[in-house]
Design a protein around this ligand. Structure first.
Ligand code: GLN
Length: 313
């Protein structure tokens, strides 16, 4: 891409990696028991550009569960199958200012599940996918995420087993939504497919390409496959900008200035619209469930290259 040389992009990645490699702050997620067992010192940083170049550092091949980083991409699928308006009408686009698994948010916003990037809205999004049965619902969601990543992605079975067998909180959310006519398929089916979606294994490179597809106006820069209409990309990025970090979304935009999405597996992808994506992975999380080193690395790159969407941060 014109604005930055290959050397400048690689240098930014290398600096972010070196600066935060030994940062020990935070803890692995453990409410999904198996996530506590992921080696905590893993760390990877990747930039993927809209013309398909990759700049990498660290443990970029390690496969971790995508978790909530999947959520905007299933929202994109609904935009494709139906429209951005359906997201607004049937889920909502309002940030909650509350934790990702909040039930209070459901009571406060009675008419909407709030937004597709918190658990309630994401389970509702899974239920909104137009499918004849559970197998097809999963197939469409899985294939869509593979298309954004430009690679074949398998479920991490141990993560699925661990999460689905301890999913009482999300099951409660699905049932509240169903009771309020804000879930559009069977609650247990929606919960199961949502949990499968969160258990998809990705590496940091996959996340970067998923983000680069959004940076490239919805077309995957590696495979050339169109994943989202160019005119729908701004709406999706707007939701990421306002709600991608749950009750830390304001802090994130204040400090990094980029639309992004985190997951409790330790992955984060941020988008510099029209230019590139920055993905990072490190398992230790802060109180809000966001990866400490992944946030630091992305902030560092955003600031070093001056690419915050509101100007140089
Ligand atoms: N699958 C996780 C859950 O439902 C996703 C949460 C996250 O990544 N923030 O709790």
């Amino acid at each position: 891409i014109a604005d930055f040389s290959d050397e400048a992009l690689q240098r930014a990645v290398d600096e972010a990696y070196a600066e935060f490699k030994d940062d020990q702050r935070g803890e692995n997620a453990d409410y999904i028991p198996i996530l506590a067992e992921v080696p905590s010192d893993l760390f990877a940083v990747v930039i993927a550009t809209r013309d398909g170049k990759l700049f990498t550092a660290g443990d970029i091949e390690y496969r971790f569960s995508i978790q909530s980083v999947s959520k905007p991409f299933t929202a994109a699928l609904i935009m494709n199958q139906q429209s951005p308006e359906v997201i607004r009408e049937k889920i909502g686009v309002e940030p909650t200012g509350m934790p990702f698994n909040s039930k209070l948010a459901l009571a406060v916003y009675e008419q909407r599940s709030v937004n597709p990037l918190v658990n309630a809205g994401a389970i509702a999004a899974v239920s909104l996918v137009e499918a004849n049965d559970e197998a097809q619902r999963w197939e469409l969601i899985h294939r869509n995420i593979e298309g954004f990543a430009g690679s074949e992605l398998a479920i991490l079975d141990e993560v699925f087993e661990s999460e689905y067998s301890s999913a009482s909180s999300n099951r409660g959310i699905a049932n509240i939504l169903f009771n309020d006519n804000r879930l559009y398929a069977d609650p247990e089916e929606s919960l199961r497919v949502y949990t499968m979606q969160c258990s998809i294994g990705v590496n940091t490179r996959d996340l970067a390409v998923m983000g680069a597809t959004l940076a490239n106006g919805g077309e995957n820069p590696i495979t050339g496959e169109r994943m989202l209409a160019a005119e729908d990309v701004p709406e999706l990025l707007a939701i990421m900008a306002t709600a991608g970090f749950y009750d830390e979304s304001g802090e994130w935009m204040f400090s990094a200035g980029l639309p992004a999405k985190t997951g409790v597996g330790g992955g984060i992808v941020a988008v510099v619209p029209g230019k590139f994506a920055i993905a990072a992975f490190a398992p230790r999380l802060d109180e809000a469930g966001n990866s400490v080193r992944a946030m630091e690395a992305i902030r560092h790159i955003s600031s070093a290259l001056g690419v915050g969407v509101f100007g140089a941060n």
